[in-house]
Structures are given as C-alpha cells and as structure tokens.
Design a protein around this ligand. Structure first.
Ligand SMILES: Cc1cc2nc3c(=O)[nH]c(=O)nc-3n(C[C@H](O)[C@H](O)[C@H](O)COP(=O)(O)OP(=O)(O)OC[C@H]3O[C@@H](n4cnc5c(N)ncnc54)[C@H](O)[C@@H]3O)c2cc1C
Length: 378
C-alpha cells in the first residue's frame, strides 16, 4: 500500500505523514487530555469547531469528488485518516451524517440547485444534518413510516413523529422520508425531503441513553412547510433513494475508527489481566477476532478499486463483525476488568449496546448477508 499513488497524485506514505503532522498540531489539547472534565457546552463547541478545522486542513470529504469541494481521494486514504484520527484521540464532529449520507445522496439524486445550496456548507461544518427515517412504529420495517407529506400550493406540509434522531439537537437540516401518496402501493408511496430544522412546527426533544449520554432525540413535525425545491428526486421515489443511502451507511470508514477503540480496549484487558491464566484462552480469542477485523478491513480497502460486487460483499460483513466484537469485549471488561477501570467498562458496555441497533440492526444485516451475499433462500 505504501508505494501506491492516490487519485490526487499524492503517495499514500506522504498522505500519512501529512495527516499525522496535521492531527498532532490540530487535535485540541482540552479534548485529548481532559475530555471527561468538559461541560456539554464545551464539548459541543469543540466538536463543532473540529468540523471546521477538518475543512480548513483539507481533510473534509476525503473520498468526496473534488468538483463538489471534496478531496477526491480513495477509501484507503479515508480509512487511514479515520485510524490516525482515532489514535490521535481527535473529536468526533457533528458532520458525519451530512458527509456520509446527505452528500452522496445529493450527488446521486439532487438537483443542481440542491448541490449548490447544501454541499459546501455541509463539508465545511457550517451546517449540520440529521436523519429522519425511524419512527416509533417503523424502524427495521422502514417502509412502514407514517409521517405524512400533504401536497399544498408550492410544496408540502409534513406531519408526524421521527425518533432516535442522532444530532437533532445540533442540526440545521434533516432529511425526511414521508408518505406522499397513502393510496399508492408499499415502496411507491414515499418521497424524500430536505427540511430546515428552524422551520415553524419542528420540535426536538432529547432522549437520554442508558450510558447517561444524550446522542439523539425525538423530532416532531406539526404541519411543517417544505418547498417543492427541497424534495429529492421525483414524488414516489423516496424508497429507492433511501435504499441507496442505507448502503452508504453500512460502508467501511466507521469500522476503521472502531477498530482503534476495540484494539485499545483489548490491549487494556491483556495488560490488566496478564496474570489471570484462567482467562488467557478467552482473551486470546478476543485478540484474534480483533486482528481478523483489521484484516477484513484491509481486504475491503484492497477490493475497492478491483471489483464492485466482491467489495460490497466484504464490506457488508464489517458492521456485524465489529459491533458483535465490541459488545463481547466490553462485556468481558465489565465481568473481569480491573477495579480501577470500572467506570471505563461501565460506560463502554452501555455505549456498545447501541451499536448492533443503529444503521439497521444486526439481525436485519444478517438477513441481508444470508440472502444477498450467501444466496440462501428466504
Ligand atoms: C444510537 C442510535 C442512533 C440512531 N440514529 C438514528 C438516526 O439518526 N435516524 C434514524 O432515523 N434512526 C436512528 N436510529 C434508529 C435505528 O435505525 C433503529 O433503532 C433500527 O433501525 C431498529 O428499529 P427499531 O428500534 O424500531 O426496532 P424494531 O425494528 O422494532 O426491531 C426490534 C427487534 O426485532 C428484530 N427484527 C425486526 N425485524 C426483523 C426481521 N425482519 N428479521 C429479524 N429480526 C427482526 C430487530 O433486529 C430488533 O432486534 C438510531 C438508533 C440508535 C440505537
């Protein structure tokens, strides 16, 4: 990999040293050294500023086409940057949903006006996005959403309730999957909208997670106006657009950052439980699974340039692989970890509960792997 040249003409080894130098100089000291002591406001301010720093430093939208303001590089650079950033203990900004979901969706299906209006502020961290798919009665069965977009002069009026909306408290915009034609057959009745969160009728209520953190919220829409210009694709095309977007959500870069966290957790266990011979076999098994995850990630990166189908198959395993592993590692930490690490394991154990649920649950993802990758009968 070291000798390869990136699409932008820069050698990977040069990209690595450029990224390392930039991260070393840019990760805020208060975050790196004292994150636990920061107030919510301080932490939010650092995370928002981090998105702007990434843009100014030339590391926003690494894989995103340069004609739309991205860096135009490949998955290798993106994965490497995620690994280096996690090792440098960089903050997680608020722009993740905008960059990984909204930007590819607009490039694929947006109008020229939507691209011009939304892409650059999204990459530069000026505008934060959140995702309005799940509802109290529709999660895995996404096609069962009931939020209604009623046709009115010049646009639509949206009414309904979305839930588990990550970043809703910080977001400037939300993309919403809503029913435009209640009489149309399932999958043909939905459309996708871009909604300004400050529009009258949008109400956000925090949801506190089991770990104590507040990462998401419930978002209500009470007769919220959205103009025709902010519908993505044609009316009735919402399902097709949502499906393309979900395959972006299950891609590889998140795995890179998670690998670093899991590796650090396993190393902590190996070190603190080095004299527990009774646990040695179980610890080795976690260690081996962590390295298998790294290999699988490397395989996905290598396959990216070669073959679409094999790449997609390899990538579809990643989320199930790392989320199962992280839950097993944190459970092991809670059961056997050293007394001085108790708070660390408690927090990570609860945080890890969510990872097999978001972006589609592991059961749903296993259904996809068994049917579409392994070709098993339904
Ligand atoms: C931390 C976090 C952040 C999230 N962020 C967002 C967000 O920003 N925007 C958003 O729209 N949503 C978000 N979600 C919601 C997430 O997408 C849903 O929770 C998820 O799709 C599951 O839906 P559900 O909670 O309604 O569970 P259900 O769909 O009710 O599932 C309940 C259980 O039944 C199983 N199940 C359901 N159907 C099947 C089936 N066909 N085969 C086998 N098993 C099945 C599921 O696997 C699960 O174990 C987030 C969730 C979490 C935990």
């Amino acid at each position: 990999m070291e000798s390869e040249t990136a699409p932008g003409g820069e050698k990977l080894s040069k990209f690595v040293s450029r990224a390392e130098t930039w991260l070393e100089a840019s990760v805020p000291k208060a975050w790196r050294e004292n994150r636990g002591a920061l107030s919510n406001e301080e932490s939010d301010a650092i995370r928002r500023e981090w998105d702007r720093q990434l843009w100014a430093g030339g590391f926003a939208g690494i894989r995103f086409p340069s004609e739309y303001g991205g860096q135009g590089l490949g998955l290798a650079e993106d994965v490497i940057f995620h690994v280096l950033a996690a090792k440098a203990q960089a903050p997680d900004g608020f722009s993740r949903i905008g960059k990984t979901l909204v930007a590819p969706m607009l490039v694929r299906s947006g109008t020229a006006e939507q691209k011009a209006r939304y892409l650059q502020p999204l990459l530069s961290g000026e505008e934060v996005w959140c995702q309005g798919f799940s509802e109290p009665g529709a999660g895995s069965d996404l096609a069962g959403v009931t939020t209604r977009a009623r046709r009115v002069d010049g646009g639509y009026r949206i009414t309904g309730r979305k839930t588990w909306t990550t970043f809703a408290q910080h977001a400037d915009h939300i993309f919403v999957l809503a029913v435009t034609d209640p009489d149309a057959p399932r999958y043909k009745n939905l459309s996708m909208f871009l909604v300004d969160m400050s529009t009258e009728g949008v109400v956000v209520e925090d949801i506190r997670q089991i770990s104590g953190a507040v990462h998401f919220a419930e978002t209500q829409f009470d007769d919220v106006f959205v103009a025709d210009a902010d519908r993505v694709g044609e009316e009735g095309e919402g399902w097709r657009i949502a499906m393309a977007l979900l395959s972006d959500e299950r891609g590889g870069s998140e795995t890179a950052a998670r690998y670093v966290d899991i590796r650090a957790d396993v190393d902590l266990l190996l070190e603190s439980l080095a004299d527990r011979e009774d646990l040695a076999r179980d610890l080795q098994a976690l260690d081996v699974r962590t390295e298998v995850l790294r290999w699988q990630l490397a395989k996905v990166v290598d396959l990216e340039a070669e073959e679409n189908e094999r790449f997609w198959r390899a990538a579809s395993m990643l989320k199930v692989q790392w989320s199962d592993l992280w839950q097993d590692v944190t459970r092991f930490g809670v059961e056997h970890g050293a007394a001085e690490d108790r708070e660390h394991w408690r927090y990570h154990y609860f945080e890890a509960k969510a990872v097999s649920i978001y972006s589609g649950t592991n059961e749903i993802q296993r259904n996809i792997i068994s049917e579409r990758v392994l070709g098993l009968p339904r």
